[in-house]
Design a protein around this ligand. Structure first.
Ligand code: NDP
Ligand code: GDR
Length: 371
């Protein structure tokens, strides 16, 4: 029987990959997108279907996680078998600037979904996936982090997500709902938001390689993250809802890498090696050590500068996940290595930035915005 899924955050990185994945599985997919003054559907435009044709299987609804009546109506109309609550103000640093909004969307938003399902009497029909996060672990309590590691959130984002995590557990226990938390560690891709560190690095490295900019400005280069590929991770969201029992799951690769090393890997993709002259936040620390005649970079060129504005009031220093439970019970095995992920992102960004290169050659100015 054809299943119906509803995805909040459908226009985001994970929403786009998950939509593709579910459509391939034969699902009817409904997504909630926000109204914006410009088109915000870049990542899912290839899935768009003309509303005037028959037999569509991909539908978009205007909505917002802060709007209970809107969510209730959409869920009533769609009668989903599965809801994937991926919508969020997902940027940790920005959450320090917008703590109340973040709590409303990321914390109460999850509650609104759970409560709508209950109010509509869909507790036994609709399974719910809540996009929980390794940010819940925050200040290191245990390494590697498992489903049993205590939480210690270090940002308004993580505090809001902790509320959503426990709301999900509570609705499962109180009303017998099939509601699960996927505690996903960082996952990236060529369509990762431009202001997350990996994408910022692959975009800037591509621009430096093509001679469009001299250097990039980053924050804490010592932070360590357990990075995987978003394509692998959305598959696990689905697997979590197909499991026999509703539970909470860590999804991670089990290896951790400093931001500094990620930069090196990105430059490696354009055949350029870097020399790390200093540790910590040494501004003259990261320079080109070998040239590649195909790219206009020079030995000694300083390619990274540290700007303290990217430091967070409280930082998460080290994340490394132990996904043994998902490995044993769900058969979790990522297809992508970190090298392949970086390569995938660099290939895509080089192609993207080549367009800027052509525009520059043609005398046009190009956008140069690097928050
Ligand atoms: P993105 O930031 O790429 O996407 C977030 C999505 O949420 C976008 O579609 C965005 O819409 C939407 N959104 C934002 N605010 C609202 C709102 N008020 N109402 C409805 N929708 C809203 O995030 P990712 O795809 O990377 O992440 C998906 C989810 O997984 C998020 O909840 C994130 O917190 C969580 N997560 C992500 C991890 C990662 O490494 N990527 C790891 C662990 C958890 P718009 O496009 O209009 O901005
Ligand atoms: P994170 O991702 O906070 O882990 O949250 P992000 O890529 O923003 O930061 C990772 C680490 O890199 C350091 N860093 C910088 N970060 C950004 N954004 N910009 C910089 O210039 C920069 N320089 C260094 C950060 O300090 C941090 O330590 C992501 C989001 O997708 C969340 O929604 C998700 O829950 C978690 O991953 C798991």
């Amino acid at each position: 029987m054809t299943k119906t899924a509803l995805i909040t955050g459908v226009t985001g990185q994970d929403g786009a990959y998950l939509s593709e994945f579910l459509l391939k599985k034969g699902y009817i997919v409904h997504g909630i997108k926000r109204r914006s003054s410009l088109f915000n559907t870049d990542r899912i435009d290839h899935l768009y279907q003309d509303p005037h044709v028959d037999h569509r299987n991909f539908f978009l609804h205007y909505g917002d996680l802060t709007d209970s009546s809107n969510l209730l109506r959409i869920i009533q109309e769609v009668q989903p078998d599965e809801i994937y609550n991926l919508g969020a103000m997902s940027h940790v640093q920005v959450s320090f600037e917008m703590p109340e909004y973040t709590a409303n969307v990321d914390g109460l938003g999850a509650l609104r979904i759970l409560e709508s399902v209950r109010a509509l009497g869909l507790e036994k029909k609709t399974k719910i996936y809540q996009a929980s996060t390794s940010e819940l672990y925050g200040k290191v309590q245990e390494v590697p982090q498992t489903e049993n590691t205590p939480f210690y959130p270090r940002s308004p984002y993580a505090v809001a997500k902790m509320y959503a995590y426990w709301a999900t557990v509570n609705y499962r226990e109180a009303y017998g709902m099939f509601a699960c938390n996927g505690i996903l560690f960082n996952h990236e891709s060529p369509i990762r938001g431009e202001t997350f560190v990996t994408r910022k690095i692959t975009r800037a490295t591509s621009r430096i390689g093509l001679g469009l900019q001299e250097k990039m400005y980053l924050g804490n280069l010592d932070a360590k993250r357990d990075w995987g590929h978003a394509k692998d991770y959305v598959k696990m969201m689905w697997m979590i809802l197909q499991a026999e029992e509703a539970e909470d799951w860590v999804i991670a690769t089990g290896t951790t890498t400093p931001v500094r090393e990620f930069i090196k890997m990105a430059f490696h993709c354009i055949g350029v090696t870097l020399e790390f002259k200093g540790e910590g936040v040494d501004e003259k620390g990261i320079v080109i050590a070998s040239e590649n005649p195909d790219y206009p970079v020079k030995i000694g060129q300083e390619v990274v500068a540290v700007d303290e504005k990217y430091f967070r009031p409280t930082e998460v220093d080290l994340l490394i996940g132990d996904a043994t439970k998902a490995y044993e019970k769900l058969g979790w095995k990522p297809a992508y290595t970190l090298q392949e992920l970086v390569h995938d992102m660099m290939k895509s960004d080089i192609n993207l930035m080549k367009k800027d290169s052509y525009l520059k050659e043609g005398g046009y100015t190009t956008l140069n915005y690097f928050e």
